[in-house]
Design a protein around this ligand. Sequence first.
Ligand code: KG4
Ligand code: ZN
Length: 345
Amino acid sequence: MRVLGIETSCDETGIALYDSEQGLLGHTLYSQVQVHAEYGGVVPELASRDHVRKLLPLVRQVMTETGTSREDIDAIAYTAGPGLIGALIVGASVGRALAYGWGVPALAVHHMEGHLLAPMLEADPPGFPFVALLVSGGHTQLVKVEGIGQYQMLGESLDDAAGEAFDKAAKMLDLDYPGGPEIARLAEKGEPGRFKFPRPMVDRPGLDFSFSGLKTYTLNTVADHAQEDGLPGEQTCADIAHAFQEAVVSTLAIKCRRALEQTGQKTLIIAGGVSANKRLREELETSLAKINARVYYARHEFCTDNGAMIAYAGCQRLLAGQSEPLAVTVRARWDLESLPAVNLP
Ligand code: KG4
Ligand code: ZN
């Protein structure tokens, strides 16, 4: 089965072709980062309009590059939520219309399920069951995963998502959007130990997260060291970025370890934009090795938004006999636990 995947939930247009026998055949990604850069964050209406411009040319590009004609495509999978409603409508209506025109089934994919399954695209994929840490711009969730569509929420952020916290801290340091990679880059120049930021909620039981206190602490530290231009000096900015990243990383790692211990699992997967963070990967590798557990993640380009994860997730649901009715339905918010289970033979 060959599935065309379309991702347009935020500021990236991702297209991919996944084949259940041959694996990923090809993919492409167009990032709108330049469109939104001057606003310091994603402007929803500009995002929708840019998806309209880019979507069909990118579909053509992937089909040409992979030598695929429309007769070769068995289904079309598109992100139906959660995300920016206008951006979702673009991908969903184009995906649904193409499927109708080509006479193939359509699959409405949950964006976070796409992220969660992205490590399955790698050569050494994890086996079920496992615990998943989903860390993106909009979500921070710990999920017990028994199989595709069998999700139990163990904990989540009570306020900002981890990626959002990175983006806000970056803004405080006058760094570009998206802030995660910028903070990570600057943190490498930071002096370890100059600042020690709080690890939110780690001394409380449970698996929920909260990053708003850390955000305030970062803001206060920046203000305390600000010079005439309103920013601390270059080295102090790097030291703050370092301390901030360490605080987020160790908070996430402590909760992941706790989730594994609580559920008796030995496998963790991390997914979503923040799972691209090198320090998070290192920290989890060392801390999980101590309890004989292992962490899996996708290659860098499949941690952030992409079409491959949507094509893969759609293909699994197609193989299980699922498909969408003709109506185009998108959801800005969508509970991951409400998805139907996939029972693959
Ligand atoms: O999954 P994603 O591409 O989009 C959403 O579904 O939200 O995640 C984007 C988020 C942004 O907040 C971005 O700053 C963060 O992931 N991010 C990172 C890194 N790369 C992306 N955060 C920390 N370190 C990184 N290397
Ligand atoms: Zn995402």
